[in-house]
Design a protein around this ligand. Structure first.
Ligand SMILES: *[C@@H]1O[C@H](CO)[C@@H](O)[C@H](O)[C@H]1NC(C)=O
Ligand SMILES: *[C@@H]1O[C@H](CO)[C@@H](O)[C@H](O)[C@H]1NC(C)=O
Length: 458
């Protein structure tokens, strides 16, 4: 077969038809791609260019294993003939003319793939032909799933990804943050397609349970790689804990409860309660994962056992109960709360008291400065108002001069001022703080008579 093969690409078909016209009167495509099960068109025309060439017959031949077999023949005096075909209409000429021998094949089979020659019997030039390569592709069906395995320290397949019935074979890779690797195998099916299977293998730890990995399938028929997510399922026996014991079960306490919780894959849903010595005391009530004690008595002074079951195993855990004669007051629970509250209150009071002290210190500093500025004998000026106390205390300043005995008696008769009440409430912290503060003041000030602590005053 010395016929020149045109070197046209798909995209430049038109240009090719023109440029090849001089040398080649049979116009075909170099390569045609079809899809399994679909229809494909193999173009073929004879361009006589107005010369006196006469075409008498058209023949399509397929080359297989070095032999040519006639696939389709057309002679104007007869019906078209398709010598290889048993299924009517699967192969056919598009038109029945001697100029256009375009062939349609469909539904395509894998076996249709091969090299085809379109040949015109012409006079006086003799036979002329064009060669077309038919490529048949098959779009694979891609799936991925987890392989349920028991946790172990041996490497096992934990996921499988399959790209079935593809042509050419698909490329399978995995995206994973886990320490595993893949093993790939290919099987050629009866129809010529290929099924590719990739196993993701790793040491199945229980930590890997629920982890996500992704299978990536790349194939010529897919514009994008296909991503198939997989959630791993590593089976492991229950991990059981008992919650709810507060170390404060005492005789005649109402409403105590234990709760059994269990992790595991599959998640354990079946719980069995017992005691270390055997059956449960009569006074307890079981509600699934909960053990209720309506009234604590000596019979629950024992070790409770919860057993959780799943498909992989049965695991139990114990909780020792100590029944007291009296409530446990040193327990962390309630007394802890009280202590916490006390600390919070003390801190709050300290903050308020410090505020008052700072305010007073500022008042005093201002006063001292005014005294220094003035010539002559220092005339007493009441301090500028201090917001916390001033409105309740319109008369003489009480903390800056020692009151006379009469004043103190009068004050006592009048009853404690609001400020006194307030300060009494926050005793003893106020006293402690003011005492410390006034010692400092005393050290700074030269006019010691001015200063008096709350402690002295009371
Ligand atoms: C998986 O990879 C590890 C190292 O990453 C290697 O030692 C091991 O042989 C590999 N297993 C398989 C089945 O290729
Ligand atoms: C519970 O048992 C302990 C010994 O295991 C015992 O000391 C305690 O008195 C018992 N409590 C009651 C209420 O019987």
């Amino acid at each position: 077969m010395g016929a020149p093969r045109s070197s046209c690409a798909f995209a430049s078909l038109f240009f090719c038809l023109l440029s090849g016209a001089i040398a080649q009167r049979v116009k075909v495509l170099d390569e045609v791609t079809g899809y399994l099960g679909q229809e494909v068109t193999l173009p073929c025309t004879f361009v006589s260019m107005g010369t006196e060439i006469k075409v008498s017959q058209v023949t399509w031949m397929k080359e297989a294993a070095g032999r040519k077999q006639n696939v389709a023949v057309f002679h104007p005096d007869h019906k078209p003939s398709y010598p290889l075909e048993t299924e009517r209409g699967r192969i056919r000429f598009r038109t029945q003319t001697l100029e256009d021998a375009t062939l349609i094949i469909g539904p395509l089979r894998m076996a249709d793939e091969g090299t085809y020659a379109c040949e015109f019997a012409a006079y006086p030039s003799g036979n002329e032909n064009g060669i077309t390569n038919l490529v048949v592709l098959a779009k694979p069906t891609n799936t991925a799933e987890a392989q349920e395995v028991k946790a172990s320290n041996l490497e096992l397949p934990v996921a499988v990804c399959t790209s079935a019935s593809g042509k050419p074979p698909a490329r399978i890779t995995w995206q994973s943050g886990l320490k595993g690797n893949a093993t790939v195998s290919e099987v050629t099916n009866a129809d010529g397609t290929v099924t590719v299977t990739s196993y993701y293998r790793m040491v199945p730890t229980k930590e890997a349970n629920g982890q996500h990995i992704t299978c990536i399938v790349e194939h010529k028929t897919q514009p994008q790689p296909e991503a198939l997510p997989v959630v791993l399922s590593i089976l492991y026996p229950p991990e059981v804990t008992i919650e709810g014991y507060d170390d404060n079960w005492y005789l005649s306490r109402n409403e105590a409860m234990l709760k059994c919780t269990a992790k595991g894959n599959p998640l354990p849903t079946e719980f069995t309660w017992s005691t270390a010595n055997g059956p449960l005391p009569k006074t307890v009530e079981v509600q699934g994962d909960k053990l209720l004690v309506r009234n604590v008595d000596a019979s629950v002074n024992t070790t409770f056992r919860c057993q959780a079951t799943n498909r992989v195993g049965q695991v139990s855990t114990d909780q020792v109960i100590f029944v007291r004669d009296k409530p446990n007051l040193e327990g962390a629970g309630t007394t802890g709360g009280i202590i916490g509250g006390l600390i919070a209150a003390i801190v709050a009071v300290a903050v308020v008291a410090t505020g008052i002290l700072i305010c007073r210190q500022q008042q005093k500093n201002r006063m001292d400065r005014e005294d220094d500025d003035q010539e002559g004998p220092p005339a007493y000026k009441p301090p500028p108002p201090c917001q916390l106390s001033d409105e309740t205390e319109p008369e003489a300043p009480r903390y800056h001069e020692l009151p006379t005995l009469e004043e103190r008696e009068a004050a006592a008769d009048a009853g404690p001022s609001m400020e006194d009440e307030y300060l009494d409430q926050i005793n003893p912290i106020y006293d402690a703080l003011s005492f410390a503060a006034t010692e400092e003041e005393a050290a700074m000030s030269t006019d010691k008579a001015f200063i008096m602590s709350r402690a002295m005053y009371v």
